[in-house]
Design a protein around this ligand. Structure first.
Ligand SMILES: C[S@@+](CC[C@H](N)C(=O)[O-])C[C@H]1O[C@@H](n2cnc3c(N)ncnc32)[C@H](O)[C@@H]1O
Length: 239
């Protein structure tokens, strides 16, 4: 019998992976490297806070990587994974444990709601969208990013990127849960929010540099195509 340690192979999208990788959240070259790049791009879409105690609810906050980009807000992070929340707290996030399909939060309590890289992990999608829209106040802003339900995304983000440095951890995604951009627009429109979508891609120059020096971040650049990773921003209609 070999003395090699047994590494548990979890199913795709198993929540236990976030516990396995808990020490990696804040390592810029680690398993969640791309989440750092995406958090910076997400931060660019946040409106400046309009009052001193403006509330930003970060649904599926993970280890709190948005914190450096959400200054000026009371940054409330909600996640289902305890190990992620304890990390987020160390970075100034006020933690709430909960499920994105049943947020333990009052209607209209948020000035800004963020859903970064969570929609492709949770079902039913309608329930999550309903909850995101419910906790956002009229006139408030939603900012999200996710992965489109396309063959191109399945190939690029699963078949290829899971094998690349800086790519998502193997099996973190279940491509069956990827989120159709057309459907997401419809779901939000039915809840009084018109989403504007933009595609995102890594800067090739930065990525080549990252391969040489893993501590340098990679800028995520806007693209016209939303076929792979895309961002959305929208304002909730006033009654
Ligand atoms: C890919 S990570 C994204 C984390 C963070 N938003 C970021 O971009 O760095 C997905 C997060 O969603 C959380 N999550 C998965 N299912 C959830 C659910 N049903 N309710 C709340 N959080 C959930 C996981 O625990 C994990 O922290």
């Amino acid at each position: 019998m070999s003395g090699a340690a047994t590494v548990e192979r979890r199913p795709r999208n198993a929540l236990g992976q976030y516990d396995d990788l808990a020490s990696a959240w804040w390592r810029p070259e680690g398993a969640f490297a791309a989440l750092h790049w995406l958090a910076e791009a997400r931060g660019r879409l946040l409106p400046p806070p309009t009052r001193r105690d403006a509330v930003l609810i970060d649904v599926g906050c993970g280890g709190g990587l948005l914190a450096p980009h959400a200054t000026g807000y009371l940054h409330l992070g909600l996640d289902i994974t305890w190990s992620a929340l304890t990390t987020a707290v160390d970075h100034g996030v006020t933690a709430v444990r909960g499920d994105a399909t049943r947020l333990p939060l009052a209607d209209g309590c948020a000035d800004v709601v963020v859903a970064g890289e969570i929609l492709e992990h949770v079902r039913p999608l309608e329930a999550v969208v309903t909850e995101l829209a419910r906790v956002l106040r009229p006139g408030g802003t939603i900012v999200l990013d996710t992965i489109n339900a396309t063959g191109a995304a399945r190939f690029a983000l699963v078949t290829v990127a899971e094998r690349l440095p800086g790519g998502p951890p193997p099996r973190i995604h279940d491509p069956a849960l990827f989120v159709s951009s057309d459907r997401l627009i419809e779901l939000f429109r039915a809840r009084g929010i018109r989403l504007q979508l933009t595609g995102l891609r890594p800067s090739v120059r930065d990525y080549v540099r990252f391969l040489v020096d893993r501590s340098r971040p990679v800028r995520m650049l806007p693209t016209a195509s939303v076929a792979l990773v895309y961002q959305g921003v929208g304002v909730k209609e006033q009654p």
